[in-house]
Design a protein around this ligand. Structure first.
Ligand SMILES: [Zn+2]
Length: 237
């Protein structure tokens, strides 16, 4: 049987570390002077993450920054492993929930875990910019799936890390606790205004046709909202 692939280089010095269900994918950026991880995944995923990072010649302590795309446990449960050595960044609406361990939104118990135990060192705002030397990442606050979702856009290489906001082939997010359909549709419509070559989602395959995928996702989200509303009216009638 073919050996399972743990990671692939998807852009120069950028690696996808494939999440094993129920984990999200993680993305590792070997910056010019700093190494960055987007979404560490769950605590249970940590051994796999160490293995992946090791295969490109790094130790976990060589990761200087961890950016969380949002506050769900499948993306950020293992964040405590990085707290002593890395700067942790998340949108301010995700930071509040992660720091207070707001189980109503984070859903750690579903993964058999109780605690995350971290502080968020940088509370991100829309349009903040990271400069890692070889890559820049612009923070786009894209609420909807939850209130603290962000996407990270590389304006010169024109790719985007999309967390659980956009998946390939028009697959849409669940609107989770703290999220909203209105915010979600608006966020997708905002993403459609960016010139993007590729999108790197938190689950599933890489999106190689962002423009078409966004059109289908917006349509699907609007239809889902409509059928949800109609369902409520029918039940009342
Ligand atoms: Zn999520």
């Amino acid at each position: 049987m073919a050996e399972e692939r743990i990671m692939d280089e998807i852009e120069e010095n950028i690696f996808i570390i494939y999440g094993q269900k129920p984990n999200s994918h993680s993305y590792l950026i070997k910056g010019l002077y700093k190494n960055v991880l987007i979404d560490p995944g769950t605590k249970a995923n940590f051994t796999r993450l160490v293995q992946a990072v090791g295969s490109v010649g790094l130790k976990v302590s060589d990761i200087q920054m961890v950016i969380c795309t949002h506050e769900h446990y499948d993306h950020i449960g293992g964040i405590g492993f990085f707290y002593e050595t890395a700067i942790i960044a998340a949108d301010r609406f995700a930071a509040t929930k992660i720091e207070l361990e707001d189980e109503y939104v984070i859903h750690a118990a579903v993964h058999g875990e109780e605690s995350i135990k971290t502080k968020i060192n940088i509370w991100l705002e829309n349009r903040m910019l990271f400069d890692f030397g070889n890559y820049k990442l612009k923070v786009l606050h894209t609420p909807g799936h939850t209130s603290g979702c962000i996407c990270l856009y590389e304006p010169f290489k024109r790719f985007m890390f999309t967390g659980d906001t956009l998946f390939a082939n028009g697959v849409i997010s669940k609107i989770s606790d703290s999220g909203s359909f209105g915010d979600y549709i608006n966020s997708l419509e905002r993403l459609a205004t960016y010139r993007t070559r590729r999108m790197f989602p938190g689950h599933g395959v890489i999106c190689e046709n962002p423009e078409e995928s966004l059109i289908v996702s917006i349509k699907n989200a609007k239809e889902k909202l409509k059928s949800y509303t109609e369902g409520l009216r029918k039940n009342k009638g």
